[in-house]
Design a binder for this molecule. Structure first.
Ligand code: SAM
Length: 246
């Protein structure tokens, strides 16, 4: 067993990146070098005798444990983008607006034999994302620091997919048609409905086909002894517009 691992407790879990030092939890202290002699599924005790279960670090943990810089895109929206754009594991993908690197990480993870180029204009965010990619062991991500709209000019008709989650998305749509292969997809995520409409109309103007705009709604259930009901308080995250390069 190698780090990272997740120490699970129903009242709060932790990601452990090194098997050394101490982890201070609200249930007491865990000596992390004890993890060296353990396996997944074993438990480890705090100095107060509270049990944590050792679980492997898996891709759903990217979203839970990545360090956050700007707000990342949510897993439900990432899932929709992956499925509606028919991502295959040998794709060449452009990700505009790296942010915390959550979107780029999932694009890379499900793209085992391909590569992701991710562009961020703020160096401090790119650094946070870099650490997240390293922690997740993702090696097929190329980071570029710069303006994604300008960087797009350096590529010619190569990408199978471009995903945009940043301001200037309308401007990027105009560029996208020059960097996507025929039949490739462009997916744009934006929290505002006016912006989604502007992106939709820009895709139409630029000849994109099979354009669709939608929002994914995930309603979590609160399952209690007395009954079951919807617990989600915030439903809205963002709108997704997807189109296909003719
Ligand atoms: C909402 S965040 C992206 C979150 C990211 N998709 C994730 O899942 O972690 C938008 C990011 O785009 C960056 N950004 C804004 N305009 C940009 C541009 N023209 N070129 C590159 N990055 C840009 C911002 O600095 C910010 O980090």
């Amino acid at each position: 067993m190698k780090p990272p691992v997740v120490l699970y407790h129903k009242k709060g879990s932790f990601l452990v990146e090194k098997f050394e030092g101490e982890l201070h939890t609200h249930h007491g202290i865990i000596k992390l070098d004890e993890l060296k002699n353990k396996n997944y599924g074993d438990t480890i005790l705090t100095h107060l005798g509270v049990k944590y279960t050792i679980l492997p670090f898996k891709s759903p943990d990217f979203f839970k444990y990545f360090k956050r810089a700007p707000t990342p895109i949510m897993p439900k929206d990432i899932g929709a983008i992956i499925v509606y754009t028919g991502l295959s594991p040998d794709s060449f993908i452009f990700d505009a607006g790296t942010g915390s690197g959550v979107m780029a990480a999932y694009l890379a993870y499900y793209n085992k034999y391909g590569e992701v180029v991710t562009v961020e204009n703020r160096e401090e965010f790119a650094k946070v994302a870099r650490k997240n990619f390293e922690m997740a062991g993702l090696k097929n991500i190329h980071q570029i620091i710069g303006d994604a709209v300008e960087i797009a000019d350096c590529f010619k008709k190569e990408f199978d997919l471009a995903v945009i989650d940043m301001k200037n998305d309308v401007e990027f749509v105009r560029k996208a048609k020059n960097i996507l292969k025929t039949g490739a997809y462009l997916a744009v995520y934006n929290p505002y409905i006016e912006a989604a409409r502007a992106v939709y109309e820009e895709m139409q103007k630029n000849g994109f086909k099979e354009i669709e705009a939608f929002e994914m709604i995930k309603l979590d259930l609160d399952i209690k002894r007395v009954g079951t009901r919807i617990s989600t308080t915030v439903w809205h995250t963002g709108y997704i517009v997807i189109g296909r390069k003719p």
